[in-house]
Design a protein around this ligand. Structure first.
Ligand code: ZN
Length: 281
């Protein structure tokens, strides 16, 4: 009886975009996103499943949780993993807006009378204070021009997971060191291995922030070639690149600073609001 063209009569009641936003980078580093999408990114409210996903307290899963929630609430974005981290932060604020309305409630404990009070932060106000990152000045090295981009959600997530893993490993090593004596050489070898892995992954993260390298012979975008290049240039060039990445991922200091006046005693405090759901930076 059912023919395949049958639509669910309830479909028109499914969630709809609650607001439209633009990315702080305007999608400059994500050529895979169609221009028509970039002009107006529709933000759907979270489903019950999305909400549960974000409440998962395990920091390890947070990166994946955030990716799945953005895929659910911003279905017009083709590859969420490839988004710049700063765009993700703005989108997550917009999703909170779509889900719970324009204000987020924070709790602050007064530094003078120690009474905890709620105060509301306007999400529109936060979104308007996000910096616009549309172009990044290239770094010059001999006759090369190195073009950088903000790190993607995927690379930031991956490095955070690796660091967590190595921290656990170090914790185990310390326990082992306490338990056995005379094993120092073995332990110091493992320690060295761990630091080396973290350093290697940091170079990989840096590769992910290179958009392209312009040389007199043409443009290089192949990540293996860029990785090999980074392993063979002087440290000073790597330092320059790291500084540029820091500069483009840094939000203005006053983005999340609020003046709080205690309703109990009138004490004035400056409160910092964390806008990054994953707390990597
Ligand atoms: Zn007070």
């Amino acid at each position: 009886m059912n023919d395949k063209t049958n639509e669910n009569p309830l479909q028109k009641y499914f969630r709809k975009p609650a607001l439209y936003v633009q990315l702080p980078t305007k999608g400059k580093f994500n050529p895979e996103i169609p221009k028509t999408v970039l002009d107006e990114i529709g933000i759907l409210p979270m489903t019950a499943i999305d909400d549960l996903t974000m409440r998962n307290p395990d920091g390890l899963l947070n990166g994946e949780a955030l990716i799945s929630v953005i895929e659910s609430c911003c279905p017009s974005i083709p590859n969420v993993r490839n988004l710049c981290n700063i765009d993700v932060e703005a989108l997550y604020l917009a999703i909170q807006y779509a889900t719970n309305g324009k204000e987020i409630t924070h709790k602050h404990k007064c530094t003078k009378c120690e009474v905890t009070s709620d105060f509301n932060v306007d999400i529109d106000y936060l979104l308007n204070k996000f910096p616009e990152i549309e172009s990044v000045e290239p770094i010059e090295y001999e006759d090369l021009k190195i073009h950088m981009r903000p790190p993607s959600l995927e690379s930031v997530t991956r490095v955070a997971l690796i660091e967590l893993e190595e921290r656990r490993l170090l914790g185990n090593l310390n326990i082992a060191a306490g338990a056995e004596e005379g094993n120092e050489l073995e332990i110091s070898k493992k320690l060295y291995g761990s630091f080396k892995r973290v350093a290697e992954h940091n170079v990989e993260l840096l590769v992910a922030t290179v958009n392209k390298i312009e040389s007199p012979e043409g443009e290089v975008t192949d990540s293996d070639q860029i990785l090999e290049f980074l392993r063979n240039v002087p440290k000073s060039t790597i330092d320059k690149m790291n500084n540029v990445v820091k500069g483009i991922t840094k939000k203005p200091d006053d983005l999340a600073k609020f003046d709080f006046v205690c309703p109990e005693c009138g004490q004035k405090d400056t409160v910092n609001i964390e806008t990054n759901p994953v707390n990597f930076s």
